[in-house]
Design a protein around this ligand. Structure first.
Ligand code: OSB
Ligand code: MG
Length: 370
């Protein structure tokens, strides 16, 4: 496959809801979307980095510069035998996994489309639908949270994740648990606590949570292990897991008993599969996380979540929850907590060019016209 051209869009898309976490509030997404072209087909990749580095370190401006200045020039006009072959040419540059993932994921889509196969067939997926839950942001009140939890349980979501932060934790979970004694619940702190807050987690231990996601600093595996030793509820790591290597360090230290995989966070499909395989070998279940993706990132996530160790419900809920208008033509709707895997070639969705144009703040074509 020869990579002939690329288009890099900067989009701004209004979210249907206000999404508050311990690190901030989002009412819209500003994101990068990449189109790679070759042999008469197109492949798509979505960036999950944000304008400010509030989740991990990568930023939108930094990623855009790296893509235009170094990552895309390394693949444009070149021939690759496989997405893995392409990934290896980006390996000399360190870190910046979310930026690299955009190129790698677009390449997987491109190769799958060229082969006329859905992406999950190339990745080794074994499921036609994937179990999904929902991630609910911090609300203005406990009453409002309970109402929202009820609505999403009725819609069939198989796990409800509540965002927590210091001062918005034990009382919230206690009230939600009381309202829904048997619901599968989890919490996600996005690194807002320190080990010295361990009593908060000992209190949360009483509410039969499926797991507690990323309570402590994103680089601190040692303290996650210390916290895990003090509570029964499994810890789940998200921000901390950036590669197979960090996953191995976490599992060896017993810093996590569940892993949230986000394909873009770890650098693409190949690395996500390595994390999946490693966790499986350790007997650790994984689930597919989300970063408020458009239909492009969401379709990639659904395809990847067909691998066998994705046994827990993911955050890849219906696209219509997030977007009035999406950038893809196909709906991605869960039915009774199961998301059907699109069967079309590649990631199974096609770009809605009119919608894309409407959201575009910027569009760069590479190689530039001469
Ligand atoms: O920590 O999982 C997270 C959204 C943005 C950044 C980080 C996270 C999230 C979510 C939402 O929890 C998941 C989704 O609905 O896409
Ligand atoms: Mg998380």
């Amino acid at each position: 496959m020869r990579i002939e051209a690329a288009e890099l869009f900067t989009l701004r898309m209004p979210l249907k809801f206000r999404f508050e976490t311990s690190f901030g509030v989002q009412t819209e997404r500003t994101l990068l979307l990449l189109v790679l072209k070759g042999e008469g087909v197109e492949g798509y990749g979505e960036g999950v980095m944000t304008p400010l580095p509030l989740f991990r370190e990568e930023t939108l401006a930094g990623a855009k510069e790296l893509l235009e200045g170094a990552l895309l020039p390394r693949v444009l006009g070149k021939r690759f035998l496989s997405p893995e072959d392409l990934r290896l040419t980006l390996e000399a540059l360190r870190g910046n996994r979310m930026a690299k993932a955009m190129v790698e994921m677009a390449a997987w889509d491109l190769f799958a489309r060229a082969a006329g196969l859905p992406l999950y067939r190339l990745l080794g997926g074994v499921r036609k639908e994937v179990p999904v839950g929902v991630s609910l942001g911090i609300q203005e009140s406990i009453e409002r949270t309970i109402e929202l939890v009820g609505r999403h349980l009725e819609a069939g979501y198989r796990r409800i994740k509540l965002k927590i932060k210091p001062g918005w934790d034990v009382r919230l979970v206690e009230a939600v648990r009381q309202a829904f004694p048997d619901a599968p619940l989890s919490v996600d702190a996005n690194s807002a606590y320190r080990l010295s807050d361990y009593r908060v987690f000992q209190a949360l231990d009483a509410f039969s949570l499926e797991y507690i996601e990323q309570p402590l600093h994103y680089e601190d595996l040692a303290d996650h292990a210390r916290l895990q030793a003090r509570i029964q509820t499994p810890l789940c790591l998200d921000e901390s897991i950036t590669s197979k290597e960090t996953a191995r360090a976490a599992l060896e230290a017993d810093a996590a008993r569940v892993i949230n995989v986000k394909v873009a966070r770890v650098g693409g499909h190949a690395e996500a599969r390595r994390v999946h395989d490693l966790a499986w070998a350790y007997g650790i279940p994984v689930w597919m996380g989300g970063m408020l993706e458009t239909g492009v990132g969401r379709a990639h996530a659904i395809q990847a979540a067909t691998l066998p160790n994705y046994t827990l419900p993911g955050d890849t809920s219906s696209a219509s929850r997030y977007w009035e208008v999406d950038v893809v033509n196909q709906p991605l709707e869960a039915k009774n907590g199961w998301m059907p895997v699109p069967e079309g070639p590649g990631i199974g969705v096609t770009l809605n060019r009119d919608a894309l144009a409407g959201f575009a703040l910027d569009r760069v074509e590479l190689p530039g016209r001469v």
